[in-house]
Design a protein around this ligand. Structure first.
Ligand SMILES: Cc1cc2nc3c(=O)[nH]c(=O)nc-3n(C[C@H](O)[C@H](O)[C@H](O)COP(=O)(O)O)c2cc1C
Length: 530
C-alpha cells in the first residue's frame, strides 16, 4: 500500500475549491457566461498514426437474469469476445439519439450534460486475439487504438481497465464546478464496470497506485504527446481478476514503445478555469479506501429475505444495462410499489450489489431522501444508514429535532420528519422539476472533513462512491421498469439548511431522482454500432 498522497496544504485547497464551487440560491458557481453549442468539445478523442483493432460488435452477451447478477459463476476466458462484451456493458455507446438535425450518442453510464469526460484504457496481457500492450478504447467505433507495448513479455495473463478524465469537456459547459462532475461520472463508470465484470464471472479490483505510477502506466504524463491538446487526468486502474487466476500482479508501470497522436477536442477554448487544475493536483494520491480497523457496516439482507426475489418482472441483466437511460421528466403521479423501493435501497447497502465488492472501504456516503410517492411510506425526509457511523455521526450532525423513527423491518431506514417535500426538493435541486415529480429524490451526504484530512484523494473517492450509489439506484430502478436521473445541479448550502448541517463534517455532494419516466416521442433512437 502506498501512503496517502496529495500536496501539503491539500485539505485547505480542497475545502476552498469545494466552497467556491457551491451553487447558492442567489448565485451559481463560476461558469461560462454563454455557450456556443456548435463549439462543444469533440465527444470522442482519436489516437491517430497507430494501429487499431476492431472489437467484435456482434458478440453474444451473457444471458443472466438481473435478479441473478450477484451469483457466483465461472470466469470467462480473457479473449476478444469477452473484452468486447465487458466494454459494451460498461463504457461503450448504447444508442444514438436524433432530434431534427441534432444527433448524439448515449453510453452505458450517464454523464453530467452528456459530456463524457472519462476516457477508457485497456491493458492486456495474454488476451487471446490481442497483442500485449496499452490501448485506448475508441468507443465511437468500438475499436482499440494501440498506444504502447513493453519489450519484456509478461509471464501471466492480466486484464486491466484504466480511466482518465478530460476535465475540459465538462468545464466547457460547467466552469469551475466541473471537477466534481468528472469525479461523479467516474463513480458511475466504476459501478458500470463492476456490474459488467460480474456478468463474466470476474472480480474487478481498484489498483492502489500513486499518481506518478498511474500517469506513467497510462501515458498521461508524456508532455511530448499532449502539447497543444487537452490534458488527461489519470483517475484509477481497475484490475479484472478471474477468481481462479488469483489477483493479477500490478499492471506494467513503464512501457518501451509508444505510438499515436491524440486529437484536439476544442480548437478555440473560450475560458480557463485554473482552479480545476489546482484541485486535481491537491487530490492526487493513492487509494487506501479503508482505514485500519474500519468495519464495512450492515450487510444487505441476502436474496432469500424477500427483498431481491419477489414478483417484480425479471429481464436479462445485459438488456437492463444497455437500455439504461436518464429520465428527462417524471410523471409526478405513479406510486412506486414498496417492493421495488426496498430493492433499490438494498442495492445501496454494502453487500447489496456486486458493485460494493470492489469498494473495500467503509461507507462514507449516506443516502438521505425526500420521499414523495412510495406505496406504504409516508412522504417525508428519510435516511438509509449504510453504516453505524451514519447513526452516530449523522445523529449528532443533523438537526436535533429529527425523529429517527425506524421505517422498515429489514432495512436500516429511518424517518427523520414527515412532510410533503416536493417544493423543497425542486428548490434545492436548482429548481428542477425532476426532483419534485420523482417517486423519491436522494441527497448523498458524505463524511467530509475527516476523510479528506486523512487522505486528500478522498475528495475524489467520496464523489466516486456517490456516483456508484447513483448507478446502483438507476440500474435497479431500470430493471423494475422505473428510471433514475443524476442531479449534479443543487444548492449546496440550501441542502445543508434542510438537514441542519452547520459545519463541514458532512457535505451533500450529489442528488439522484428516481421515478416513472415520461418519454419524449419526438426523439428517434438509432443503433449504437450499425
Ligand atoms: C454527475 C451527473 C450529474 C447530472 N446532473 C443532471 C442534472 O442536474 N439535471 C438533469 O436533468 N440531468 C442530469 N444528469 C443526467 C445527464 O444529463 C444524462 O446522464 C446525460 O444527458 C446522458 O443521458 P443518459 O444518462 O440517458 O445516457 C446528470 C448525470 C450525471 C452523471
Amino acid at each position: 500500500m502506498n501512503a496517502p498522497g496529495g500536496a501539503s496544504g491539500a485539505p485547505e485547497a480542497i475545502h476552498a475549491y469545494h466552497h467556491r464551487t457551491k451553487h447558492h440560491l442567489d448565485r451559481y458557481a463560476a461558469g461560462p457566461a454563454g455557450l456556443d453549442w456548435d463549439a462543444q468539445p469533440e465527444a470522442f478523442r482519436r489516437w491517430s498514426g497507430t494501429r487499431w483493432y476492431g472489437l467484435p460488435r456482434q458478440t453474444t452477451l451473457p444471458d443472466i437474469p438481473w435478479s441473478a447478477l450477484d451469483e457466483e459463476r465461472p470466469a470467462a476466458p480473457f479473449d476478444l469476445s469477452s473484452l468486447s462484451g465487458l466494454l459494451r456493458l460498461s463504457t461503450a455507446i448504447t444508442a444514438w439519439k436524433q432530434y431534427g438535425d441534432s444527433r448524439w450518442a448515449l453510453r452505458a453510464h450517464p454523464s453530467s450534460g452528456n459530456l463524457h469526460p472519462t476516457e477508457t484504457w485497456v491493458i492486456a496481457y495474454w488476451v487471446e486475439g490481442l497483442a500485449d500492450g496499452l490501448y485506448h478504447y475508441q468507443n465511437r467505433d468500438h475499436t482499440l487504438e494501440w498506444r504502447a507495448s513493453s519489450l519484456t513479455a509478461s509471464d501471466s495473463p492480466g486484464l486491466w481497465l484504466g480511466f482518465t478524465s478530460i476535465t475540459w469537456r465538462e468545464a466547457w459547459k460547467y466552469g469551475e464546478r466541473a471537477f466534481r462532475y468528472c469525479q461523479l461520472d467516474m463513480g458511475h463508470v466504476l459501478a458500470a464496470v463492476a456490474c459488467a465484470a460480474t456478468l463474466y464471472g470476474w472480480r474487478p479490483r481498484l489498483v492502489d497506485l500513486e499518481h506518478g505510477a498511474l500517469a506513467r502506466c497510462l501515458g498521461t504524463g508524456r508532455a511530448e504527446d499532449f502539447t497543444g491538446v487537452e490534458a488527461e487526468e489519470p483517475e484509477v486502474i481497475v484490475a479484472i481478476d478471474a477468481p481462479a487466476g488469483g489477483e493479477a500482479p500490478l499492471p506494467p508501470l513503464e512501457w518501451d514503445e509508444w505510438s499515436g497522436v491524440p486529437s484536439l477536442l476544442d480548437p478555440k477554448p473560450m475560458y480557463q478555469w485554473p482552479v480545476i487544475d489546482e484541485v486535481a493536483v491537491a487530490t492526487r494520491g493513492a487509494l487506501p479506501l479503508a482505514h485500519p480497523g474500519e468495519s464495512r457496516g450492515p450487510e444487505a439482507k441476502p436474496p432469500d429475505s424477500g427483498i431481491r426475489r419477489n414478483d417484480i418482472p425479471d429481464s436479462p441483466a445485459s438488456q437492463v444495462i444497455l437500455r439504461r437511460r436518464s429520465a428527462q421528466a417524471f410523471d409526478g403521479r405513479s406510486l412506486m410499489p414498496l417492493a421495488i423501493f426496498r430493492r433499490i435501497l438494498a442495492s445501496l447497502l454494502p453487500g447489496g450489489s456486486p458493485v460494493w465488492r470492489m469498494w473495500d472501504g467503509a461507507p462514507r456516503v449516506h443516502p438521505v431522501m425526500l420521499i414523495h410517492r412510495v406505496d406504504g411510506i409516508a412522504p417525508g425526509l428519510y435516511l438509509l444508514a449504510r453504516a453505524e457511523t451514519a447513526l452516530t455521526g449523522l445523529g449528532e450532525a443533523l438537526r436535533c429535532e429529527f425523529a429517527w423513527t425506524p421505517a422498515d423491518s429489514d432495512l436500516p431506514l429511518y424517518q427523520l420528519v414527515a412532510a410533503q417535500a416536493e417544493r423543497t426538493a425542486r428548490t434545492i435541486s436548482c429548481h428542477q422539476d425532476i426532483a419534485a415529480m420523482s417517486a423519491f429524490t436522494l441527497m448523498f451526504a458524505a463524511e467530509f472533513d475527516a476523510p479528506i484530512a486523512a487522505n486528500p484523494a478522498a475528495y475524489r473517492h467520496l464523489h466516486w462512491e456517490a456516483g456508484m450509489l447513483g448507478h446502483c439506484a438507476t440500474l435497479e430502478a431500470e430493471a423494475a421498469g422505473w428510471r433514475g436521473t443524476g442531479i449534479g445541479c443543487f444548492f449546496d448550502d440550501a441542502d445543508h439548511e434542510v438537514l441542519g448541517l452547520t459545519d463541514s463534517r458532512y457535505q451533500v455532494i450529489y442528488h439522484y431522482a428516481v421515478g416513472m419516466p415520461l418519454e419524449d416521442s419526438r426523439i428517434t433512437t438509432l443503433p449504437a454500432y450499425a
